[in-house]
Design a protein around this ligand. Structure first.
Ligand code: KG4
Ligand code: ZN
Length: 373
């Protein structure tokens, strides 16, 4: 099945053409420049930018894959979770195209997309991850654990794959989620306080590289929660981190963005300490989830999974418990339509094709990944 996929859940406008698990073309148009001056994503700006750019991006991916719209078998679109106005732009576009071209429309869960990003292969059928052949990995009744860390979600998901009438069926069970802010959201908020711009993750990582992670002692969220608790919480860490910074340097009430009171080295130290604490909090629950489920194959995905320290430490943790660890290819860790095209194959196998275009609507930020719900 050749799928034209559309992703507009936040601030990346993206389209891709995916055949089975082979990626034929993928274009991601970041809106960072449109939102930068506001320090975060403005929903109405995001919607307008998606609407403006989708037609051009879709014709580019069709050109790149040397296919015409007539040769596409189905259209896939992210229906959530995400920012409703942003999602709606993609959904309206996809509905119109499906109607005009008389193609089936497949609704895709954005978080299943992040998991599916690990299954993508190149046009030549080579995997994007060295030595990783996802479809050979499983005995077709196997389970795996995913840690999805993004700007909107922090989730632990247990998934299984089975073969039914020679179709690969994937099911997901949400076993842990954030009770308040997502890890990426917390990173972006701290980044804003430090004047690092938006999104702060990649900049914070660069500063952290030259800093001392032991310089500031920050509380690891939910460290004392009961063993069976697999949920996350990041809103308290944000407040604690900023207060620690104010107290250590006797800065009060003045936004750090306007002060030049901190030296570059102090900012590096703070970024390193903060990044370490976020990773400690993520790995605490990943470890517990591995123990609770007995699962030893672990996927790491979502925008924050681009972070090298997180990848390194999560890999070390999983391997030290005798497990197999796979992180999403960096080029697909952030939002993109390639992963949506891949996930569409899983949705299709579960029979999730819209019977009527009216039944496709945006699902807002909250609901996570849980199939069957
Ligand atoms: O998955 P994603 O692209 O969008 C959502 O679905 O939310 O994730 C975006 C998040 C942002 O919070 C961004 O700051 C964070 O991923 N991020 C990083 C890094 N690159 C992106 N966080 C830490 N280190 C990075 N290198
Ligand atoms: Zn995402």
């Amino acid at each position: 099945m050749i799928v034209l996929a559309i992703e507009t859940s936040c601030d990346e406008t993206s389209a891709a053409v995916v055949e089975g698990n082979k990626l034929l073309s993928n274009v991601v148009w970041s809106q960072i420049k449109d939102h930068f001056r506001w320090g975060g994503v403005v929903p109405s700006i995001a919607r307008r930018a998606h609407e403006d750019r989708l037609p051009e991006i879709v014709s580019r991916v069709l050109n790149d894959s040397r296919l015409t719209i007539g040769e596409i078998n189905a259209i896939a679109v992210t229906v959530g979770p995400g920012l409703a106005p942003a999602l709606e732009a993609g959904i309206e576009f996809a509905k119109k195209l499906a109607l005009e071209q008389k193609k089936p429309l497949i609704p895709v869960n954005h978080l299943e997309g992040h998991i599916a990003s690990l299954f993508l292969q190149r046009k030549s059928c080579q995997p994007f991850i060295n030595n990783f052949e996802p479809f050979n990995l499983f005995n077709l009744s196997d389970h795996f654990l995913s840690l999805i860390v993004s700007g909107g979600h922090t989730e632990l998901v247990s998934s299984n794959l089975k073969s039914q009438n020679s179709k690969l069926i994937m099911q997901h069970f949400l076993i842990g989620h954030t009770l308040d802010d997502a890890a990426g959201e917390c990173i972006d908020k701290i980044g804003r306080e430090l004047g690092l711009g938006y999104p702060a993750g990649p900049v914070l990582e660069r500063f952290a590289k030259d800093g001392d992670p032991e310089k500031y002692k920050l509380p690891v969220p939910m460290e004392r929660s009961p063993r069976e608790n697999l949920n996350f919480s990041f809103s308290g860490l944000k407040t604690a981190a900023i207060q620690t910074l104010y107290k250590s340097h006797s800065i009060s009430k003045v936004s750090l963005r306007q002060t030049k009171e901190l030296s570059k080295q102090e900012i590096c130290n703070f970024c390193a300490s903060f990044q370490k604490t976020v990773i400690d909090a993520l790995l605490l629950k990943l470890k517990r989830a591995m123990t609770a489920t007995g699962l030893k194959t672990v996927f790491l995905t979502g925008g924050v999974s681009a972070n090298n320290q997180l990848r390194r430490r999560a890999g070390a943790l999983v391997r030290s418990s005798g497990g197999r660890f796979y992180a999403a290819p960096k080029k697909f860790s952030g939002d993109n339509a390639a992963m949506i095209g891949m996930a569409a194959q899983f949705s299709f196998n579960r029979g999730e094709v819209a019977r009527s275009l009216n039944e496709i609507a945006a699902i807002d930020r909250q609901p996570g990944l849980n199939f069957p719900s």
